[in-house]
Design a protein around this ligand. Sequence first.
Ligand SMILES: C[S@@+](CC[C@H](N)C(=O)[O-])C[C@H]1O[C@@H](n2cnc3c(N)ncnc32)[C@H](O)[C@@H]1O
Length: 440
Amino acid sequence: MKNRSGRRARRKRRKKRGETGHVTLSHEASFMDLRRWLKQKGFSSKGLIPASFTDTGRGLMATQPIEANDLVISLPEKCLLTTSKVLESYLGEYIKRWKPPVSPLIALCSFLIAERYRGDTAEWSPYIKVLPTSYTCPVYFSKEITDLLPMDVRKKAETQKEQFEELYSTSLPFFLSLQPIFTHPVEVVFTQDAVRWAWCSVNTRTVYMEHARSDFLSREKNVFALAPYLDLLNHCPEVQVQAGFNELSRCYEIRSVPGCKKFQQAFICYGPHDNQRLLLEYGFVASGNPHSVVYVDLDTLKLCLNDADKQLQQKLLFLDDNDFLRNLTFGIDGPSWRLMTALRLLSMKPEQYSCWKSVLLGAPVSHDREDWCILKAQILCQYLSDDNSKALLRIAQLKHGADGAQLKQLCLVESLRREERVILDRSKQVLQNILPQPSS
Ligand SMILES: C[S@@+](CC[C@H](N)C(=O)[O-])C[C@H]1O[C@@H](n2cnc3c(N)ncnc32)[C@H](O)[C@@H]1O
């Protein structure tokens, strides 16, 4: 008889209960220091411990059941790193002096970089030490890897990269003004890589918290708060939570609507984001994400249209005026309502223009125009499928000989492309089923 208490049996039982493999990290010196430091600020991490999970990486595990609607975590204001704390710090006088005022984002980024530079002597050192040293957000991607992204997200990633580079170059004079704080030249402390790290730390880890406007900061939104320990919570699209700063308890609180079983990962939901947005803003992809779709960008749409249509430019202008040139998608259920409506408007013959209002509301133009739309949707779907296959092939080639960071990025783009593949295959089936069969 097999030993039922063996490792394999335990793994099997865990799998049956829907638990994934994990290794606890709470005994690691950096996490022990973090918990000690937070305890001094009034936070008790009882009930949640850091662990590394096979499917999501580092996260928090419940060591006791969390009942439905119970608090998952409650982090006192003292533990939150906000722009007010930065203004009260040794950086404050430099920020207050600088004209025009720096943005709340740059204030936070500068503080993270300065604290990392100060090492063990930094007040926030226990927190800085558990932050990732690098990120998998597209601002880290080379052009070769960015080019493997689906067109729509590729353009957004390129814009994001340009915006980051612009932010870095326009913030350089301010960084240079911080020289008196450092013994090394500021240029070697505030490198583009350091600012990218801080920028990703803020963008991927802050919680939303509104702050009163400060005269010392620019008018850009000041809604960030870095929340040590709480920011170890990973995202699950299906989980419902209530989160926010509680003015009475003066704590940032998260309540879980469904609760969480003992020894399972405690998740929160970052928002109803599709995988493209998760990749752009957080540098990961959630498999089986119910919000995921495949975008049809304008260039792809144009590729599949008839150039001979003399009214094409006018039709595209009309679509633009009615906000029908963005968010055109394929989903697990086939082409979206917006995509089909855009195609219907594009399909119209001049003598049918009088019915544009009902078409905008979703009515088909005519039988033959509806067939035209389904055919165009099929062509679009096939075009995106071919692009997907080419990208997956190229990823497989590039994975040979890639270094650690590149490999992580390639695997991430690969997961996004695999999720896209599932959606496109399902869309193809849906379109095949609705296409009228030739009569025998
Ligand atoms: C707020 S942090 C969560 C803790 C983070 N995993 C860590 O190790 O510090 C957000 C980051 O966690 C990762 N993440 C969150 N949810 C994830 C998920 N479901 N799968 C994979 N990575 C996830 C992403 O890298 C994201 O940028």
